[in-house]
Design a protein around this ligand. Structure first.
Ligand SMILES: [Zn+2]
Length: 145
C-alpha cells in the first residue's frame, strides 16, 4: 500500500510515507509524509544538495484518491545556499501535472494484483482493506472474508 502511494505521489528519496489514513466516516484520506533527520535536498536553483534549514507544517489538497478527498501533510523544508539564499525545496506531490492522471492506471492494475494475491492467504484484514478501495468503498459487509 505504501509503495503504491509513493508512486501515486511521485515520492523519491528521502521522502517517506509515515501514515495513510482512510476515514470512511469523514470520507477523506490523509497522507502524512516526512523525511529522516539529516536528509539532504537539491537546491531548486543550483541543484546542490543541502541539509534542511527549517520547516513549516503544511497541508496540500491532492486529487481524490478514488472518491475520497485526499490531503497530504508534510513539513515543507527550506534549504539554504550561500549564493542563492533560502528557498523551499521542490515537492513531488505539489508539482504541476503530478498525481493521479499519470499513475492512476498503473495503480489500479497493481492493486488488483495485490488483492488477487491476498485472497488465497485469507488475509482478512488486508482483503477488507483493499477490496472496498477497489470497488469504490462499498460497504465492507458485502465482502465477508
Ligand atoms: Zn545555490
Amino acid at each position: 500500500m505504501v509503495k503504491l502511494f509513493r508512486r501515486l505521489l511521485g515520492l523519491e528519496e528521502p521522502w517517506i510515507i509515515k501514515e495513510i489514513k482512510f476515514d470512511h466516516q469523514e470520507k477523506r484520506v490523509d497522507i502524512s509524509i516526512d523525511f529522516p533527520s539529516g536528509s539532504r535536498f537539491p537546491y531548486p536553483v543550483c541543484g546542490q544538495h543541502r541539509t534542511v534549514h527549517d520547516t513549516e507544517e503544511r497541508t496540500w489538497r491532492h486529487l481524490n484518491v478514488f472518491q475520497y478527498p485526499t490531503y497530504v501533510h508534510a513539513r515543507e523544508p527550506r534549504i539554504k545556499c550561500v549564493q542563492h539564499g533560502k528557498k523551499t525545496v521542490d515537492l513531488p506531490w505539489a508539482r504541476k501535472g503530478s498525481g493521479l492522471s499519470l499513475h492512476f492506471g498503473a495503480l489500479i492494475v497493481e492493486m488488483g494484483r495485490k488483492v488477487d494475491a491476498l485472497r488465497p492467504t485469507h488475509s482478512r484484514k488486508m482483503c477488507k482493506y483493499f477490496i472496498p478501495v477497489l470497488r469504490g468503498f462499498n460497504s465492507l459487509t458485502q465482502y465477508p472474508g
